[in-house]
Design a protein around this ligand. Structure first.
Ligand code: GDP
Ligand code: CA
Length: 325
């Protein structure tokens, strides 16, 4: 095993990759890991470019993550945010801690001076040393918006709002009719992305949100085709355990696109690579073992294993199970 490529969102992708690195350090010390990260959650806020999933992966693998929250930095203060609020600016529902703001300032400065997002990410990673090659899915801005099914606050039914507003401000509790990735038509995969898929020995779809994390990466022109045609095995890990999204509100995303919130539903949504889908193999939690026959019937080789990323040991064992598949 030399080259492993992971397609990741934020917390789920980052925690899985941490286990993957721990497993590889013992099992395949020469292996190199590339993580292709969703940038559909990116946005402009207070004049700064915010990249939530890139930062979560970078901080998690670089030892700078707030472990309880799963995002942002530990021991944060909010002095700058309160000052911005005093001007009546910013989004009161979106937290920007003072330490985290430094990352956004440096990134925005690089972007304004002509760096691509890939270059800015590589620069930030010089400090954090995440132990992987971290690639944004695209250097062009692609932003996920949701279409509201009903009126809420200043928004009317049928309006599109940024995914982060729906997710963070409304906790995904407001009905939406669909997702739209703004900018996708002008976007191409970032340098190295398709190559990392083509030349990998193993590709992992970690337990990230199948709709707005992995689904958005797959929507970038060329990515799905690269996955379909790579000689690497493509192995997925279910983000759904016992019919529920372990953390967060992924069920609201799945419901919106008509996919059942279950390990089986998500497995069938990705589909078997032999039958026009993406997966060579699929890992479900041991409590979802009953789904194995239906997955096999759909041409997806599956195994059950404990999939709760409780701690590093549990997550390392999960990564070992993926490699064993
Ligand atoms: P986000 O961008 O921060 O929302 O993170 P991701 O898209 O990478 O991952 C979010 C998903 O991770 C959630 O929807 C959960 O379904 C999944 N998840 C979180 N914790 C666990 C866990 O311990 N085990 C498994 N199997 N999935 C998890
Ligand atoms: Ca995210």
């Amino acid at each position: 095993m030399r080259n492993v490529t992971v397609l990741a969102g934020g917390v789920g992708g980052a925690r899985f990759t941490r286990g993957l690195l721990a497993h590889l350090a013992a099992a395949a010390p020469d292996a190199a890991v590339t993580v292709i990260v969703n940038t559909g959650d990116d946005m402009w806020l207070d004049g700064l470019r915010i990249c939530p999933d890139l930062d979560t992966v970078m901080y998690t693998l670089g030892g700078g993550i707030n472990e309880e929250q799963g995002w942002g930095r530990p021991e944060e203060t909010r002095r700058t945010s309160s000052e911005i609020a005093a001007y009546g600016r910013g989004w009161s529902w979106f937290t920007l801690g003072d330490l985290d703001l430094a990352t956004h300032i440096v990134r925005t400065d690089l972007l304004r001076n002509g760096s691509t997002l890939s270059e800015a990410t590589a620069f930030l990673c010089q400090r954090w040393q995440p132990g992987v090659r971290l690639l944004p899915m695209s250097d062009q801005p692609v932003e996920t918006h949701v279409c509201l099914a009903e009126n809420v606050d200043e928004h009317a039914a049928g309006d599109y709002i940024h995914f982060e507003e729906w997710w963070v401000r409304y906790r995904a509790q407001v009905a939406v009719t669909g997702f739209k990735q703004r900018g996708l038509a002008e976007a191409v995969a970032a340098p190295g992305v398709r190559e990392a898929i083509r030349t990998a020995d193993l590709i992992v779809l970690p337990p990230s949100n199948p709709v707005v994390s992995i689904g958005t990466i797959l929507a970038v022109p060329g990515v799905r085709d690269a996955l379909r045609s790579t000689t690497a095995r493509v192995v997925g890990v279910s983000p759904i355990i016992g019919g529920a999204a372990v953390r967060g509100m992924a069920d609201a995303c799945l419901r919106t696109i008509g996919v059942e919130t279950s390990a089986l539903g998500v497995g069938l949504h990705y589909g078997s690579r032999n039958r026009g889908g993406l997966l060579d193999a699929w890992l479900v939690d041991e409590t979802d073992a009953a789904a194995l026959p239906a997955l096999a019937a759909a041409g997806i080789r599956s195994t059950a294993a404990p999939l709760w990323m409780r701690d590093l040991n549990a997550t390392t064992a999960m990564a070992a199970a993926v490699l064993a598949l």
